[in-house]
Design a binder for this molecule. Structure first.
Ligand code: UD1
Length: 353
């Protein structure tokens, strides 16, 4: 393998790609980095490149927002000539965002082998756009790098040949381990009172006025007894404004840089979220996590980690929160291979090819 193309586009991709880029660079293999521009705000993109020491992208497709179809199509149209020109031996795609599936489609049709980092995760919920992206990307991928055994099981069940699957662990945890010391340093003495850290951006939670209003009402109730730190995703902020919801009693913050967000996570009494990656990060750090979803593509965070799925059941949220605040939180363990060496294992596999 002489030349690898990486395609990233959205916030969680940057965290997963950073350790892989570093490990491949150390092996002297040529790399080209494409940013699709799916996330473009400074605090959704640039700060992640700086903090994670990701090199400047060689190409930025500047696609920005749009419906799923138009965003995916724009990425495909703009990526195709780049792939034709740079002729990589393989393209690596990350996670489950629109940039991931768009790149997998373009490359597989140009007969460029595709490697998928974080393959095999399934929520079995096809109403989630990310589930469609995961299934299509895995189906088109030639090399599937999985974070946990449940992912291997899903792929084998779907008929993926065993020799294409490589259980390498969780690349996101590589970045976490690398920057946790900086996170602890940056925010020392900043946390005097107990707090809950909240994130919210899934379409199923934020795109319907009644659902979003209910969640924000529940959080407002919680905030009477517990400080709430709520960095708000742009999608969610847009919806709050569009729906005219009064969220004045919740202090809405801008999205945080990675290191600062890690610091808040590591000190939180509890994290309330609908993110995928945060379910994993809290499991690694042993921080209680209440997930505002009915299912998860990361079941290991529930079976061995600190994650509890509360769906949109307000009573359940309050009950589980009460238990945690009384000190009766779920004690988890670290899943196998979430050890900071996933980037190296991926690079080793690629080097042997
Ligand atoms: C995307 C991913 C989701 C991932 C999330 C992490 C898909 C289908 N979804 O969701 O899996 O968990 O990223 O953040 O790919 N926006 C800005 N500034 C930005 C980025 C987005 O204002 O820098 C706004 C856009 O205008 C858009 C909305 O946020 O209207 C949603 O952005 P989009 O990338 O479509 O999806 P996310 O909700 O971020």
């Amino acid at each position: 393998m002489n030349h690898i193309l990486h395609v990233v586009g959205a916030r969680p991709n940057f965290i997963k790609a950073a350790p892989v880029l570093r490990a491949i660079r150390q092996r002297g293999i040529r790399q080209t980095l494409v940013h699709t521009g799916q996330h473009y705000d400074r605090n959704m993109s640039d700060v992640f490149f700086t903090e994670l020491e990701i090199p400047e992208p060689d190409v930025n497709l500047t696609v920005a927002s749009g419906s799923h179809a138009s965003q995916t199509a724009q990425i495909m149209r703009r990526l195709e000539p780049v792939v034709l020109e740079c002729k990589p031996d393989m393209t690596l795609v990350y996670g489950d965002v629109n940039s991931t599936v768009a790149a997998a489609l373009v490359c597989s049709k140009l007969l460029v082998p595709v490697g998928h980092v974080e393959a095999g995760l399934r929520s079995f919920d096809r109403t989630m756009p990310e589930e469609i992206n995961r299934m299509v990307t895995d189906c088109l991928s030639d090399v599937l790098f999985t974070p946990s055994e449940d992912a291997d099981t899903n792929l084998l069940r779907e008929g993926v040949p065993k020799e294409r699957i490589h259980l390498v662990g969780n690349a996101m945890i590589d970045s976490l381990l690398r920057l946790l010391p900086a996170a602890r340093n940056c925010c020392k003495n900043r946390f005097s009172e107990r707090f809950a850290l909240v994130t919210l951006h899934r379409p199923s939670n934020v795109d319907h006025v009644e659902t979003l209003r209910e969640i924000l009402d529940s959080l407002t109730k919680v905030s009477k007894d517990l400080n709430i730190i709520f960095p708000v995703h742009p999608r969610t902020r847009q919806r709050i404004i569009e729906f005219g919801i009064n969220a004045q009693n919740l202090r809405l913050l801008d999205p945080m840089p990675y290191i600062e967000f890690l610091a808040f996570q590591s000190e939180a009494a509890v994290v309330i979220t609908d993110s995928g990656g945060i379910q994993e990060e809290t499991t690694y750090m042993g921080i209680p996590c209440l997930t505002l979803r009915h299912n998860t593509e990361r079941p290991i965070t529930v079976t061995v980690g600190t994650n509890i799925l509360v769906g949109n059941d307000r009573a359940r949220l309050i009950t589980e929160l009460g238990k945690i605040l009384k000190g009766n939180s779920k004690k988890g363990i670290t899943p196998p291979l979430w050890d900071g060496r996933t980037g190296d294992r991926i690079a080793d596999v690629l080097q042997r090819m």
